[in-house]
Design a protein around this ligand. Sequence first.
Ligand SMILES: [Zn+2]
Length: 621
Amino acid sequence: MQVLPILIPLMPGEPPASFASRLAWANGLSFASEFCTDQGFTLQAISDGDVRAISMLARLGGVELAQLMRGVVCKVSTGQYRLAGQLVEKRWITRRRLRFCPECVAEDIMADTAGGAAQRCAWHVPSIRTCHRHQVGLYDDESYSHSRGPHDFAGRIRDLNLGADQLRELVASQVSTGLEDYLTRRLAGEQQGTWLDNIGFGAVALGAEIFGVVDLFGIDAKLKHLSDNEKRRAGARGFELLSEGEEGLFRLLRRLHAEAGSPISLSRRNFGCLFNWLEQSHAEQYEPLRDLVRKFFVETYPIGEGELVLGKPSTSRRIHSVETLRRELVLGRRQTFELLGANGFLKPEGQAGNSAKGVVLDAQALAPLVKSFAGAICQVAAQKKINAPRAQFGALVAGGIIKPIAGSPVGRPYYDERKLDAFLASIVPLTTVAKADGLVGIQSVCRKAVAGAVDVVRLIQNGELKTVVRDVEQDGYLSVLLDPAEVTEALRLIRPDGYLRSTLAGFLGVKASALRHLVDTGHLKMVRARHPVSRKSVQVVPYSSVDRFLERFVPGKHYAEFLGGSTRKVGDQLIKERVPFIQMPEECGGRIFRRSEVLFGVEELANRLPLSHDGIAWPEL
Ligand SMILES: [Zn+2]
């Protein structure tokens, strides 16, 4: 194949079909299609990006194939085209309509390169409406030549029969927008160093326009009803938002959400044409934009894991509404509100009914609550599950054997079924009997042994009873049968963690009346307990109270024991030294001094510790 006699330079950004059109004219043929056929290929093949045809054209025109391929338009998949190396949907490439910059065309036809006007790739892109080089609006010509087809650019320009002067009359000055500059540079192969470089060319072009339309003209705007200039402004605005990435988009989306009244469920209506566009633009290149909007939706609305958002399942829940939380916890609405209130997730005014309707909650912050309360059961259900009489259940809760879930609302405790199962397992009888002579249930044992349910249950849990059998007629707590005599015997060994008043008075070296005085003045406290032998209700001073008391005070008797003198003499000496002591009525007897003021007070206590309370309080057991 011969190089043609007359050669023309390839213009920057010129598509191969335009080059063919000019090469034909330079070599004396008016119709590019005729020229191509003569050379053994078709103009259609060139405009379709057929490499074989384009390499023949390159050889004929004396240009490098790689150069010629730069401006190629070719199909990459259904509906997806590559234009000068950039991905665009076919429907967003303008080829039939004649679009050009009058200045560029005027320059070309005035030049003596003989080929006529060269097309530029950028003119195929509807979102580019300004010539970057001349800062003039691109001119759209409505004419269509059936004899030439769409790709014979230089021929179509000649058919318009416009001289340079007439072309210049078409010039309308217009400053190119950020979007137009970006797209033009990107078509020319320039990297611009923003995150947008990594998403599809078409996604930037269309995304900018649609986000801008929504921002400037609202969600009900219809693209087809907007003028070209309005779309250009929209593109410019949307490009500013897109350039900021997530921040810019989220700002717009947050505004739309607020304008819709901050609803707590996602409705396409609130995002209008933006939602429709994202949903209907299936091409993969729009995915990064869809992903960002998806992220916003998931962070704004109560969308559960696996729920479809713009065609893709959400990977995790970020937001709960009261309703979605209620369903996850399997609780009633009112109970859910109570639970949220009790755990500080609702402001007080939000607790009452309707005003909490619009509440959304951070799923991450709720996670511990959900973990604790998912599948939780109420008190009645818990009692039923354990199968314990109400009073017994209450005693077990009061004694800390069965614990409601922490964070339960006041007056409405919830229970974890797994913990209740564990409790039942801890008292489960190992043997069963059909007829249990003399054996009775826990409740009866408590009555007969004058014991609390807590003490009896502890004996079972600690394996201290030989006879624990199951009544086949009953379930759970009620099925446990014990021998009351054995329980009574076992309970004798249980000492309360406290001193009887008389024992403690003896230990401190004071009279019983002094001890009463110390309790009355708050130096010591008393609690109810059961006497280990008589099982009668008695009052004891807890070991912990005695510990606290001895940290602050030293009885004269103790100090005398430490120094090795008589209690009376040591006491008199301290009084003489004006060491502060607890003032007590005359008849109380015995003296108690402020430990920090006693010379060897600290040493005395160190010498005495650790106190073996059980041995002192209950020496006979
Ligand atoms: Zn121009």
